[in-house]
Write a protein that binds this ligand. Structure first.
Ligand SMILES: [Zn+2]
Length: 480
């Protein structure tokens, strides 16, 4: 933990920069650009880095919206990860408590990445300035990571060696709660199963047809039986991406289904995906069709680093609660009124909230915003999702925190997230996260012991399982 004077000077500097980064976040919210097309968002972020004296490299790993900003020199190299992609079909008006699209069918920041990318950059810039002003060594980097939503931009950056000399990486995510994000999650593999059959008149020549759509249906039935016999905590889900057409009087010659296979470890995900492949081949045999299996993308499960997480937690304790006011709470109450009691309880369970550090009480959702700090018991908990931060955590010690940008009960990828994405409360949460990350970055720059401990923990955990990038070399980001 930085000493009181250093922490105060860092947080004061962040407060002074806050208006600029609030505007930045709001602009990215408005752009709402989808994975790998975050052109305006990345341009604005690059411009901000350059204005703050960072040197910037663009087109990282062949992705036009990926970039790395750097300031300072020497060791340690501290990375802050930023995201800025939106979600399709999530257009929503800001600041209202009902679903109203600003542009029907348009995109929206349903995961709060406008806040994420801007808050991480605020932390990077504040830390870089602080190190320079105090004559401290160290290199601060901001990783502009595109396509987190179904694109695994970071995994491509890892594969290209962009993190090779990084000593530690820090990031955060908007959430309904304030606290360290110590989770182990799921590795994910995504494949398209493309079936090819023979078209025919569905009444007078059906015996000549071979239905690709039947194959998709039989594959889904087969996978539904497979569910009974897969390891606990695995998840398999699908979307039919091509039904073969709308004509029922034609035997469909083409059909395609996209599968996501998730498991606690990548080795389990690979083994399960192989069984899903067998089901697909079985469906093809049954229907007399052919199946092509096309790799889409993948992300490795997270490797929590308790040493770094403890450091973030200590800083969150020192920084204190997010300074929400009555109007922040009022708006959160309106948003919370759109959730069922069960959804609110489920949200508390999902984040494994047991008690609050500041109030020492159990959190029950009776306040619409999290006004305290989630207790951190020094161990990670399971969370059934996936993120490409997982691949970064496999090549360098990585830690994350949550900041309470959303009313308690809010789930990611919902209109409620977009509606809250430019609220005053969300801005405060973003600034809070920037403070926690910058302070932890300062810890890393000034405490070689902390860095050594984090590395030792990381080495210990990775010794057993050397990292293998789950995206094959022949897959390029441009192909996505
Ligand atoms: Zn997200």
């Amino acid at each position: 933990m930085p000493d009181t004077a250093a922490l105060q000077s860092l947080t004061k500097a962040i407060d002074a920069l806050a208006p600029e980064f609030t505007t930045l976040s709001d602009k990215i919210w408005e752009f709402a650009e989808l994975k790998f097309n975050e052109v305006k968002s990345s341009e604005l972020l690059v411009k901000t880095l350059k204005q703050n004296g960072f040197s910037v490299r663009q087109n990282i790993a062949g992705m036009k919206t990926a970039f790395i900003g750097e300031y300072g020199c020497g060791k340690p190299v501290i990375a802050f990860l930023g995201e800025y992609d939106a979600l399709a079909g999530m257009s929503q008006t800001a600041g209202v408590d009902r679903p109203v699209a600003t542009e029907p069918g348009g995109s929206g920041h349903g995961c709060g990445h406008n806040l994420l990318g801007s808050g991480s950059m605020l932390a990077a810039i504040a830390l870089a300035r602080h190190l320079e002003a105090n004559g401290l060594p160290g290199t601060v980097r901001y990783y502009g990571c595109p396509g987190e939503e179904g694109g695994s931009g970071k995994t491509f950056m890892v594969r290209a060696g962009a993190f090779a000399d990084v000593d530690a990486a820090l990031t955060w995510h908007p959430a309904p709660f304030n606290g360290v994000r110590s989770t182990h999650n799921l590795a994910v593999l995504e494949y398209y199963y493309r079936f090819k059959g023979i078209a025919a008149h569905a009444a007078n020549a059906a015996h000549l047809g071979r239905s690709a759509l039947d194959a998709v249906e039989l594959m889904n039935v087969g996978v539904n039986f497979l569910r009974e016999h897969m390891p606990q905590d695995c998840r398999v889900h699908y979307a039919i991406t091509d039904t073969g057409g709308r004509a029922a009087n034609v035997v469909q010659a083409n059909a395609e289904v996209l599968y996501l296979v998730r498991a606690p470890e990548m080795s389990q995900a690979l083994a399960l995906a192989e069984r899903v492949d067998h089901v697909a081949r079985g469906a093809a045999m049954m229907t007399g069709t052919e199946v092509e299996i096309i790799f889409d993308t993948a992300a490795t499960n997270l490797l929590p680093n308790l040493t770094l997480e403890n450091a973030i937690h200590d800083n969150l304790v020192s920084i204190g609660p997010v300074p929400f006011d009555e109007s922040d709470i009022d708006f959160a109450r309106k948003i919370q009124a759109t959730f069922t009691d069960e959804a609110i309880k489920s949200s508390i369970r999902l984040y494994q909230i047991k008690k609050d550090v500041f109030s020492n009480e159990k959190i029950d959702g009776s306040t619409p915003l999290h006004l305290g700090l989630r207790d951190f018991e020094g161990q990670s908990h399971f969370r059934a999702g996936s993120t490409d931060v997982g691949d970064v955590s496999r090549v360098t010690p990585t830690a994350q925190c949550w900041a309470p940008a959303w009313a308690i009960g809010t789930n990611p990828h919902t209109w409620q997230v977009v509606a809250q994405g430019r609220s005053a409360g969300a801005h405060k949460a973003m600034i809070h996260a920037a403070k926690a990350l910058a302070a932890t970055g300062l810890d890393l720059a000034t405490s070689p012991e902390l860095l050594a401990d984090a590395k030792e923990e990381w080495l210990e955990k990775t010794r057993e399982q050397p990292y293998v990038c789950p995206i094959p070399d022949y897959i390029s980001p441009a192909a996505l």
